[in-house]
Design a protein around this ligand. Structure first.
Ligand code: GAP
Length: 598
């Protein structure tokens, strides 16, 4: 079957998501609200499965990660400490004509001829505007195109019949100063803070301002000490959380990809500074370029831990059905890194709407970022809250005491120099950076340090979108009379499929078949999500489940009831992807399906 074009493909996916109840526009009966999405019955199940699998793999199946569920609204000082209050902003521009808002970095550079006006007059009304304005049109296009736009602009300024003043034109190249949709000049870029503001309590005053969290991570840092105390964990260990985050995105786009309300799954994994690792293990492990680094080792420094989490996360995505070739491991370039980050890897998924390289290959869009953030976050909270975020590491203290003098000196000097560099980057004056770094190095020798962190941070909604795009498939399947017809099938991995199995009586008007099918439904229900369907021809029922992404269909027919004696108490099990059918004994159905959906 011919491949649909990108936009067409996205339109078909969006339409299926709506038709089958995966994703709806929020508040649709009122025309929707931009950047907000609801998940329908199938979407809610899919999302729940993804969250559960993440949670299970991140904490329940590990010794070294504890869970947290914190509030969405937190003390506003958290956002000062994290830097979100001052720096969590995007540069934004408005169209001077249509008032449409753009993120400056999302405007494609354009070339053409700019027409400049000094103002306009309306002689009959005796009115004048001296506000300069300009319009970009294609080079060679008639100037009247620019004049028409300029007249509309001055009409909005109260001149009913504007005569344009001081027209001049100039070729321009690669500019982002004009609205790509109508050529109108844009405002100068302004920083726009993406946090949603609210008030706590009945009085809307400055001191009651609070924010909806723009990421779940900060609660983990703020509760680092409390979780450490109650969970009896030792560094290295992690704290993970799943929850809603809110960002007042200037341009929500690409369906749910960039939303204003979304969900994150974040892990903050706290590790020892490399010098503490070296003191105890003798050296810090090097990092190989290929493959998974295996089980964590005591000599792992931040690079090995970072690499480990990148590999773990890719393994997770593969385990829920995203093929390795649909993912890209993008290592941020030094100039792209946040000032506190030592390294960041973005895991990209090749969405149908992703940009393409010159050869037409999809480049991918971010699903998750895995950042090595040093001790930035905990140090910031220590500074702003006045509460210690230091960890006492008995092992480091003991190991340090056993080092010879030269080694002690070398490690301490290296730690101090790295700390001093960090503090300078954070804006500390040179003298203060020097003395704080010295103090931190002395504490390290006593086993006290602020842990460093590796942060794998993923978006649930982006992952759902990737899984939906990946599952969407159009192929041919025979109808009830054996004639081939096209079908849409959502090839979800059984682990994440919203419904695991559908149960069908062959005919709805035969009570004995219906009764048996309901018994089979009840047999399966304690173990998995089951959908019972008796309406319509069996081929139609299969087709409906194919669209829902149900991996298995169980049909109860007359043989199940014993029409062919050796087939009594057997059912037909249909595989969604191959459409192959096998005869399975009812006594084997539960273990067989449980094994296939794990
Ligand atoms: N704590 C780090 C952090 O929040 P981020 O790269 O800003 O890092 C992490 O966000 C993940 O959250 C992204 O990789 C993405 O999956 C998801 N995410 C961020 N902004 C989003 C938005 N507006 N809509 C949907 N998902 C978003």
């Amino acid at each position: 079957m011919a491949e649909p074009k990108t936009n067409e493909l996205m339109e078909r996916i969006v339409s299926l998501c709506k038709r089958r109840g995966f994703i709806f526009q929020s508040s649709e009966i009122y025309g929707g609200i931009n950047g907000f999405w609801d998940y329908g019955p199938l979407g809610a199940e899919l999302k729940r499965n993804v969250r559960d699998l993440w949670w299970r793999s991140m904490t329940q199946q590990r010794e070294d990660v504890a869970g947290l569920e914190a509030t969405i609204i937190m003390h506003p000082k958290i956002w000062q400490a994290s830097g979100h209050a001052s720096t969590f902003s995007d540069p934004m521009v408005d169209c001077l004509l249509s008032k449409k808002r753009f993120r400056t970095d999302q405007i494609e550079p354009q070339s053409g001829t700019a027409y400049f006006y000094e103002g306009a007059q309306d002689g009959s009304a005796g009115k004048e505007s001296r506000e300069p304005y300009s319009v970009l049109i294609d080079t060679g296009a008639h100037p009247e195109h620019a004049r028409k736009v300029a007249r509309q602009f001055y009409q909005q300024r109260g001149l009913a019949n504007p005569t344009l003043l001081g027209e001049r034109s100039e070729p321009v190249e690669n500019t982002t100063r004009y609205n790509p949709e109508n050529g109108s000049l844009l405002t100068d870029p302004r920083a726009f803070n993406l946090m949603f503001k609210t008030y706590v309590g009945p009085v809307e005053s400055v001191e009651n301002i609070a924010y909806l969290r723009p990421e779940t991570a900060q609660a983990i840092f703020a509760q680092f000490k409390t979780v450490l105390d109650v969970s009896r964990q030792k560094v290295p260990f992690g704290i993970c959380q799943i929850g809603k985050a809110f960002r007042n995105e200037i341009n929500p786009r690409n369906y749910t990809f960039r939303s204003r309300e979304f969900e994150q799954m974040e892990l903050e994994f706290f590790i020892k500074p490399d010098e503490a690792v070296e003191a105890a293990a003798g050296s810090v492990a090097g990092v190989s370029d290929t493959g998974h680094s295996g089980e964590p080792q005591p000599n792992w420094g931040w690079q090995a831990w970072h690499k480990y989490w990148v590999e773990e996360r890719i393994k997770f995505y593969e385990g829920i059905g995203l093929p390795r070739e649909s993912l890209v491991e993008y290592w941020q370039k030094p100039e792209e890194l946040a000032h506190y980050a030592k390294a960041t890897v973005d895991i990209l998924y090749k969405f149908p709407f992703s940009k393409r390289d010159e050869e037409g290959n999809l480049l991918g869009e971010e699903l998750e970022g895995i950042a090595a953030r040093g001790d930035f976050d905990l140090s910031q909270h220590q500074k702003h809250s006045g509460k210690s975020m230091e960890y006492f590491d008995e092992e480091t203290k003991t190991a340090w005491a056993k080092l010879d003098g030269a080694k002690k000196q070398a490690l301490q000097a290296r730690f101090q120099e790295a700390k001093r560099g960090d503090l300078l980057k954070r804006g500390y004056p040179a003298e203060e950076a020097e003395s704080k770094a010295k103090e931190a190095a002395e504490k390290l020798a006593r086993g006290l340090y602020v842990p460093h962190v590796i942060e794998p941070s993923a978006g649930v909604d982006r992952l759902i979108l990737a899984l939906v795009c990946n599952a969407y498939c159009e192929d041919q399947a025979p109808d009830d009379k054996g004639k081939l017809e096209s079908r849409v099938v959502m090839k979800f991995h059984p682990r994440i499929a919203p419904i695991k199995v559908a149960v069908f009586p062959l005919l709805k008007n035969r009570p004995e078949l219906v009764k048996k099918a309901q018994e089979v439904r009840d047999l399966l229900r304690p173990h998995m999500t089951v959908f019972y369907d008796e309406a319509g021809a069996i081929g139609r029922r299969y087709r409906r489940q194919d669209e829902a992404g149900t991996p298995f269909g169980v049909t109860i027919d007359f043989d199940t009831l014993g029409e062919t004696p050796q087939l009594r108490d057997t059912v037909t099990l249909r595989d969604r992807d191959t459409m192959k059918q096998e005869r399975v004994a009812l006594s084997e159905l539960v273990p067989l399906l449980v094994a296939r959906i794990r």
